[in-house]
Design a binder for this molecule. Structure first.
Ligand code: DON
Length: 326
């Protein structure tokens, strides 16, 4: 970072000016009182609607944070994006996609439906994410599988905080009828790979791993570094360690662009033009490829399930800077 600064080669050269504009956008979004905090489990319902945090990490490792950027939250569905990138880096995107499609489903994220090949539509809805989870080191013990993922997440985060919220995990598991129904349906259609543990051991453990990954805990400061690793072709800008294959990294950004924001994905791609993924805790990660990762956290969600302040921030960002892909 120092040598790039001295050579005037930073991806964002006028950092002070840039961060001042970001702060203006951030402050204007704080005033919003739209949206509802998710209430299906107490751990989410207890989140304050006033919480608002933002963090940026560039591919050079420059960082900027505002508001509640150190407040912890669960990754929830944002884990689906990283799980995909980690699994695809291990086994190859082409192998993974023998079991999961590439298309937006046009349905709710937890709907019981498959595409015309009897596969989940994409890896960012629950059905697809559960199949991707079944491909995580399928021959290993549950403890080793969880450990493997936690270590990978910590690498992506360049040493930032990635923990585990056991209360969220237990609550998720207690309110999981839909995910069980979805998974039994997929088992009937043999959507899982033959070598997965689903057919021999049943679904309980497999879904435990899916809930455990939804319950990984982090904060905006760390999530921005993880997003920056995606922006940087899989190399963590802080540690300079290669954590993900460059192809899976490209692939997850394509999928986030078309399917990352639930039923708002088309409009988000149109208006903001950047790959993003949201989660029901109120987190959003946004990736500006080859430039930076952004993490936004504010629990009130709009009708499509995306953070109200997070989406408002992205729209204003695109009004002020030409980061839109087109
Ligand atoms: O599986 C569930 O219902 C949640 N734990 C997933 C949460 C979420 O963010 C919804 N995403 N697509």
């Amino acid at each position: 970072l120092i040598s790039r600064t001295l050579r005037n080669q930073l991806i964002i050269p006028s950092w002070l000016e840039f961060t001042q504009m970001i702060e203006t956008i951030f402050d204007s979004c704080r005033e919003s009182n739209e949206g509802e905090v998710a209430s299906y489990i107490p751990q989410l319902a207890r989140q304050s609607p006033h919480t608002w945090g933002m963090s940026i990490c560039t591919i050079d490792g420059q960082r900027f944070s505002l508001g509640d950027s150190k407040k912890n939250f669960c990754l929830q569905s944002v884990s689906k994006a990283f799980n995909y990138a980690i699994v695809a880096s291990e086994i190859g995107s082409h192998v993974l996609h023998q079991y999961v499609g590439h298309e937006p489903s046009g349905r709710l994220f937890n709907e019981i439906c498959l595409d015309s090949n009897n596969m989940p539509h994409n890896p960012l809805i629950n059905a697809g994410a559960i199949v991707v989870t079944s491909m995580i080191k399928p021959t290993h013990s549950m403890a080793d599988r969880f450990d493997f993922m936690l270590k990978k997440y910590r690498k992506l985060a360049g040493g930032g905080h990635v923990g585990f919220d056991n209360a969220t995990f237990l609550s998720e598991r207690d309110t999981a009828d839909r995910n069980y129904a979805l998974s039994y349906y997929m088992k009937e259609y043999r959507c899982f790979p033959d070598e997965s543990q689903v057919y021999e051991k049943g679904l309980r453990e497999e879904l435990d791993l899916y809930f455990q990954l939804c319950s990984l805990e982090t904060n905006c400061d760390t999530a921005a570094v993880m997003a920056a690793t995606l922006a940087n072709g899989g190399i963590c800008p802080l540690s300079t360690e290669k954590c993900l294959g460059s192809r899976p990294c490209r692939d997850i950004l394509s999928l986030m662009y078309s399917c990352g924001m639930y039923d708002y994905s088309g409009k988000f791609a149109f208006q903001v033009g950047l790959p993003a993924k949201s989660g029901v805790s109120g987190i959003m990660i946004v990736v500006i490829p080859n430039v930076m990762g952004i993490a936004l956290y504010s629990p009130p969600l709009d009708k499509t399930g995306n953070s109200c302040r997070g989406v408002a921030f992205c729209r204003q960002l695109i009004d002020k800077f030409n980061f839109h892909n087109y």
